[in-house]
Design a protein around this ligand. Structure first.
Ligand code: NDP
Length: 300
């Protein structure tokens, strides 16, 4: 069997098209232009590229983009003061502080300072709780993107055995909540899980969010399973020339493609969905802030 390759880039492009439609309606029918503020501290080149890409896509779907670049030595008080200003700014409906922040800043204080109504990555305790009990609001971008890809592949997820590898607050735990809400039977594996290969072999759905290059092998995958590879790992690529690198996932793609029914590639799978879902969440928060029902096709 050779797996179907799930084209996250094409799916994200289609999603951005739908987001642009909702943004146009918010503008024409309600006079609302959703606005996303992204805050970046320091000059990490990878984060800079990522933030620029977010800003470009924000503008492309018709939303307002606000970018704040703070120096590496900014104080925690200065960053918190900026967040306060953005919380109060009526043009801003979503606030994202690019993580990680430098060591003089407590990331938990940053997260808790963001108004939950504008917390487009669903980091704040209030929004984590809302996801858990199924209230409307923003859902963590990466798990939301994974869920959309899974529903597109499988239709209903009801009754499927899902194994998530990784239990981070960013990916693993919110993914667990979303799959439970879709009536999967969910197992969450982590670094202390025993017989991981055997656990993964039970899964109709595998979501890998570990951060270890190609750790999950093809013979761990149940034939026909849908594999969502969240991992992004940079590894040496001597075949491309001396000193060159490439991105690989947490799943060994070359072997997994032989057993899986469908699989996301890295790059071009989950990554593009994460940014598209950030934009989707900004439409959701803009709608809720103005007392409107958010578009159902943009959320969980
Ligand atoms: P974290 O480091 O926060 O969490 C990693 C998880 O993997 C932990 O729960 C850890 O277990 C578990 N783990 C580590 N080693 C093993 C092992 N040997 N066996 C089983 N489980 C293990 O990572 P994130 O969740 O933030 O990210 C995971 C990956 O996803 C990274 O590669 C990251 O770059 C990528 N990512 C990609 C995104 C995208 O848009 N595509 C967005 C976000 C992340 P324990 O809790 O026991 O330590």
């Amino acid at each position: 069997m050779t797996a179907k390759i799930i084209d996250g880039k094409a799916f994200a492009e289609n999603l951005r098209g739908r987001i642009a439609g909702h943004v146009a309606r918010l503008k024409s029918e309600h006079g609302i232009t959703p606005g996303l503020a992204v805050v970046i501290v320091g000059h990490d080149p990878a984060s800079q590229v990522y933030v620029s890409s977010k800003a470009k896509q924000t503008v492309e779907v018709g939303m307002a983009s606000f970018k704040y670049e703070l120096p590496e030595d900014v104080t925690e008080a200065e960053l918190l003061a900026l967040i306060e200003r953005l919380n109060a700014d009526k043009q801003v409906h979503g606030i994202l502080v690019q993580m990680p922040v430098p060591k003089q800043i407590d990331p938990n204080k940053v997260i808790e300072a963001i108004d939950p109504a504008k917390d487009v990555d669903s980091f704040t305790p209030a929004n984590v709780g809302k996801v858990q009990i199924g209230l409307p609001g923003p859902v963590s971008c990466t798990p939301l993107g994974c869920l959309m890809l899974l529903r597109d592949q499988l239709g209903s997820l009801e009754g499927k055995n899902a194994v998530i590898i990784g239990r981070s607050n960013l990916v693993g735990k919110p993914m667990m909540q979303l799959l439970l809400r879709d009536n999967c039977t969910v197992t969450v594996a982590h670094s202390r899980t025993r017989n991981l290969a055997e656990v993964v072999r039970q899964a109709d759905i595998v979501v890998a969010a570990v951060g270890r290059p190609e750790m999950i092998k093809g013979d761990w995958i149940k034939p026909g399973a849908v594999v969502i590879d969240v991992g992004i790992n940079r590894v040496p690529a001597p075949e491309k020339g001396e000193g060159k690198t490439k991105l690989v996932g947490d799943v060994e793609f070359s072997s997994a493609i032989e057993t899986a029914g469908a699989i996301t590639p890295v790059p071009g799978g989950v990554g593009p969905m994460t940014i598209a879902c950030l934009l989707a969440n900004t439409v959701t928060t803009a709608s809720l802030i103005h007392g409107l029902v958010p578009p159902s096709d943009l959320t969980a």
